[in-house]
Design a protein around this ligand. Structure first.
Ligand SMILES: Nc1ncnc2c1ncn2[C@@H]1O[C@H](COP(=O)(O)OP(=O)(O)O)[C@@H](O)[C@H]1O
Ligand SMILES: [Mg+2]
Length: 206
C-alpha cells in the first residue's frame, strides 16, 4: 500500500505526463518547446524514485524536489525543485496536512521560487497562478471556509492567473526575449502550476 502523499505525487505526475504535449505546445509559442517534455521526464523519475512507503511528508517532498532538480532541467527544474524542497521543510515530520500546513508550505514554496528566480507577480510566470492561489486560499480560510473551500478558491484564482498571463508580456525567463510578442499566449509554467494545485485539491477533497 502506497502512502497518501506518494499517491498524490503520482497523480500530479500522471496529470503532467498526460498534458505533456499541451504544455510543450504552449512553450513552443513563447519559449523553446520543452516545458512538457521537461516536466514529464521529471515526474517519471519522481514516480520511480520517491519511496512509496515513507510516511514523513517532509522526507517525501524533499526527495521529490531533489529529483525534479536533477532531472527537469531548464528554468522550471530548479524552480519546481526549490518549491518542493521548501515545502518539505515546513512539513518535516508530518504525516498529514491541514489548512494551516498547506498555507505555510505554499507560502514557503513561493518564497523559494522568488528567491531563486527573482520574479514577482505580473511577469508572466508560474507565480501568476501561485501567488493569487495563495491569496485566495488565505482569504477563504480566514473567512471561515473549510480546507476544501480554500482549495477551490485557490484553483479558481490560479485559473484566472493563467488567463491573466495571456494579457501581459513576459519579463522573466525565455519568453521575455519575445517582449510584447509574448502577449496573447498563456504561460506554460502557470499552466503546470495550476494543474498541480488542481490535483492537490481533488486529492484532499476526495
Ligand atoms: N524567473 C522565473 N521565476 C518563476 N518562473 C519562471 C522564471 N523563469 C521562467 N519561469 C517559468 O518557467 C517556465 C518555462 O519552463 P521550461 O520551459 O521548462 O524552462 P526553459 O524556459 O528554460 O525552457 C515559464 O513558463 C515560467 O512559468
Ligand atoms: Mg522551455
Amino acid at each position: 500500500m502506497s502512502t497518501r502523499i506518494y499517491s498524490c505525487l503520482k497523480c500530479i505526475g500522471e496529470k503532467i505526463i498526460e498534458n505533456k504535449d499541451f504544455l510543450t505546445e504552449l512553450d513552443r509559442e513563447i519559449g523553446d518547446a520543452d516545458h512538457g517534455v521537461n516536466m514529464a521526464r521529471g515526474f517519471r523519475a519522481v514516480i520511480e524514485k520517491v519511496p512509496s512507503e515513507e510516511h514523513d511528508i517532509g522526507a517525501v517532498l524533499k526527495k521529490t524536489g531533489m529529483t525534479l532538480l536533477s532531472t527537469v532541467g531548464g528554468a522550471s527544474g530548479p524552480l519546481y525543485g526549490t518549491a518542493y524542497m521548501e515545502a518539505a521543510k515546513v512539513l518535516a515530520g508530518k504525516e498529514s496536512v491541514n489548512a494551516e500546513d498547506f498555507k505555510l508550505s505554499l507560502e514557503a514554496a513561493i518564497a523559494g521560487i522568488q528567491k531563486r528566480g527573482k520574479a514577482s507577480k505580473g511577469e508572466k510566470t508560474m507565480l501568476d497562478s501561485l501567488i493569487p492561489a495563495l491569496d485566495a486560499f488565505k482569504e477563504k480560510v480566514d473567512a471561515g471556509g473549510s480546507f476544501g473551500d480554500g482549495l477551490d478558491a485557490a484553483c479558481a484564482a490560479a485559473n484566472e492567473g493563467i488567463k491573466f498571463t495571456k494579457t501581459i508580456a513576459a519579463t522573466k525567463g525565455r519568453a521575455s526575449y519575445l517582449g510584447d510578442r509574448s502577449i496573447g499566449h498563456q504561460d506554460p509554467g502557470a499552466t503546470s502550476a495550476t494543474m498541480t494545485l488542481e490535483v492537490i485539491r481533488d486529492f484532499i477533497k476526495e
